[in-house]
Design a protein around this ligand. Structure first.
Ligand code: ZN
Length: 287
């Protein structure tokens, strides 16, 4: 069933686990992730990035949203339809109009007061529709998805957290404690002491971006100390690409059936999803 981010994260915070948040595009990802989460009895956050929704035919937004909304009730686990990393209010408006139950407004590149203003405006749009809002304070760097630019992390400062949440009314806060977006060149070293301070003062559940490639014991430590949502994308892409390469060389015939073409990809993707559910303690947490 379709629910809001606020609902699933409240349960995660109360029961000390994190909800897996997967960026996804294409039917194959949507189906595999939902089927696996249902089998594991895990709540899930189905995230979409503007970059993946803006397809050449202009229908990406509608296809993706309509698919998840149509199938959500066929899966007996909580499902959040979440927009990841929007930087413009127009994108937030578009997502809310299409029925997203949660949006992230990312003003993390802006000075504090401007981030507050932008985030508050997003909350004003989402609140009347019953949708949740995630914001980011501090800055999670790394390489962008098109690999055009990389940026350094700016760690979140605990003394800004309470002020930010009070002034904006956000439901969840992405914090910067040492992870980066994309595939790591050098392994991260999470600042768990900083996370403890942030969690102690934050009125809302905390979110970790750049979860892919982070060593498992660091993720476990982060979840144990207050992270309630972990964003994942690169690990899924790596798994699918590996499966695709195997598939390409595996077939003798020139016209393999679609199920044979995509089965290895589904299998590898499901394995990663299962492993993340386990790692975050989300197995059997669907209520
Ligand atoms: Zn992110």
């Amino acid at each position: 069933m379709l629910v809001t981010l606020k609902e699933v994260l409240a349960d995660a915070r109360a029961n000390c686990y994190a909800v897996p948040a997967f960026d996804c595009a294409e039917d194959i990802m949507v189906r595999t992730i939902l089927r696996t989460c249902e089998a594991e009895r895990a709540p899930v956050i189905m995230m979409a990035l503007e970059l993946d929704l803006e397809t050449d035919d202009g229908n990406g937004w509608v296809y993706h949203t309509a698919l998840i909304r149509a199938v959500a009730d066929h899966h007996n686990v909580p499902i959040v339809l979440h927009l990841d990393h929007a930087t413009e209010l127009d994108t937030i408006r578009k997502a809310l109009g299409l029925g997203f139950t949660s949006v992230m407004i990312d003003g993390s590149r802006l000075p504090f007061e401007e981030n507050v203003r932008l985030t508050k405006s997003a909350v004003d749009l989402a609140e009347p529709l019953g949708a949740s809002v995630e914001a980011e304070l501090g800055f999670v760097g790394g390489m962008d998805l098109e690999e055009t630019q990389s940026a350094e992390n700016v760690l979140t400062e605990p003394d800004e957290v309470t002020r930010f949440v009070e002034q904006t009314g956000v439901d969840a806060l992405a914090v910067s404690i040492g992870t980066s977006h994309g595939v790591y060149r050098a392994l991260p070293d999470l600042n768990i002491e900083k996370l403890k301070e942030l969690n102690a003062v934050s009125p809302v559940p905390l979110v970790l971006h750049g979860g892919s490639g982070t060593p498992e014991e660091q993720i476990r430590d982060a979840v144990h100390n207050g992270i309630c949502k972990v964003n994942l994308y690169a690990d899924l892409r790596v798994a699918m690409y590996g499966a695709l390469k195997t598939t390409v060389t595996a077939h003798e015939r020139i016209d393999p059936l679609p199920r044979d073409l995509f089965q290895p990809m589904r299998k590898e993707l499901a394995a990663v999803v299962r492993q993340k559910i386990e790692l975050l303690g989300a197995k059997d947490q669907a209520r």
